[in-house]
Design a protein around this ligand. Structure first.
Ligand code: F0G
Length: 359
């Protein structure tokens, strides 16, 4: 049978019954690409894979969680869903609410979400409210609203979101046949790191994998509350998706780090943009800036010689590293245009064009 989305594929691992209406856009089943250029940089005995979550239906990993959250909301008979968002959650919630015929409300920080995401939220028809505050303010508001009124929260505080998102860990293990040694991931509100760790742990309990990866999360330098062990009141970063100062799943992210023997570290905006360009130029993969944080983290650690001891004594290709690329580059066209030199304009003149090409 054709692929029909993460609920059908992994239903025995998800909180669905035969009474759950399946609201799907056939999310999941995303590519796991071997990156030759990154493998070479990190070390000869290393294979670096990129889990390209930007190829989900609304262009980010949120769709995996949203299919479960919205299906359960529909099963529960609610009329409306609500979320706060730096952009991707709202795009996904709006699309899944549209096919479920549910009302949708999204609260976004004013002027702080990328253009593509704003377009997505608007076109799917939810009620979009821009708040004169940051993501953390928006999340606080939707938590207060959902505590009082009959409207379902579809941020990752909703456990059904985590359930759906853990399927990405299953896919990685199913494709590799083993768990990776390291799993690199950007951290914002910390739902996704929580979901991957849950997925890997469940697969181990089921005997589908024999060991667990070390989870390595990365926050942007100006929005790194977990690393700094302190709420960041005014988070700042070019990676608007992870511009979050008080993540909802803070403790769970720390648990994933500590239980797996991994780490959570910082990458600068410069390192993020450099990894962003690297992926586009060397791998032909266009991601949004937040997604490049995982690769920026890998490059930073490789530069520090972190993997040297790991590599000693291993066979070629024995160390497997997965970097999650969480969202598509078209989400944030302004960032791409700002990062690259503008094209030169010439007259309709063959000679001049040929000269400019350098032929
Ligand atoms: N990458 C992208 C592209 C994201 O949109 C997000 C979060 C993250 C990484 C971080 O994931 O929050 O689970 O730690 N975006 C949320 C949103 C906050 O509203 O779209 P996380």
């Amino acid at each position: 049978m054709n692929y029909q989305g993460v609920i059908k594929r992994y239903r025995q691992h998800l909180p669905v019954t035969k009474n759950t209406p399946i609201i799907t856009l056939q999310e999941g089943n995303t590519p796991l690409l071997l990156s030759k250029s990154l493998s070479k940089i990190v070390g000869q005995k290393v294979e670096v894979y990129l889990k390209y979550e930007g190829l989900n239906p609304t262009g980010s990993f949120k769709d995996r969680g949203m299919t479960v959250a919205v299906s359960k909301a529909k099963e529960d008979g609610v009329a409306a869903v609500i979320c706060a968002s730096t952009g991707n959650t709202s795009a996904s919630a709006a699309a899944y609410a549209a096919i479920a015929s549910l009302q949708c409300v999204v609260l976004i920080p004013k002027g702080a979400i990328a253009l593509g995401k704003l377009a997505q939220a608007l076109i799917h028809g939810p009620k979009v409210i821009a708040i004169d505050g940051n993501f953390d303010d928006c999340l606080k508001l939707v938590r207060e609203i959902t505590a009082e009124y009959p409207i379902t929260l579809v941020n990752s505080l909703n456990p059904n979101r985590i359930e759906g998102q853990k399927t990405a860990a299953f896919e990685i293990c199913d494709v590799l046949g083993v768990a990776p040694d390291y799993h690199f991931i950007p951290v914002g509100n910390a739902g996704n790191i929580t979901a991957y760790w849950k997925g890997y742990q469940e697969y181990k309990q089921l005997g589908k994998i024999t060991r667990l990866p070390k989870i390595c999360g990365f926050q942007a330098e100006g929005a790194a509350p977990i690393v700094r062990k302190k709420i960041v009141k005014k988070p700042q970063t070019v990676a608007s998706a992870i511009k979050i100062g008080n993540p909802a799943s803070w403790e769970k992210a720390e648990a994933a780090r500590d239980e797996s023997g991994g780490l959570i570290d910082i990458v600068s905006d410069q390192e993020i943009i450099s990894a962003y360009k690297f992926l586009a130029v060397k791998e032909g993969i266009f991601v949004e800036p937040a997604s490049a944080a995982s690769v920026a983290g890998l490059l930073k650690m490789a530069k520090q010689g972190f993997f040297k001891n790991e590599i000693l004594g291993r066979q070629a290709g024995e160390i497997r590293i997965v970097c999650v690329l969480t969202g598509h580059g078209l989400k944030d066209p302004d960032c791409a245009i700002a990062a690259i030199k503008k094209p030169k304009t010439l007259a309709v003149n063959l000679k001049a064009v040929v000269k400019e090409i350098g032929l």
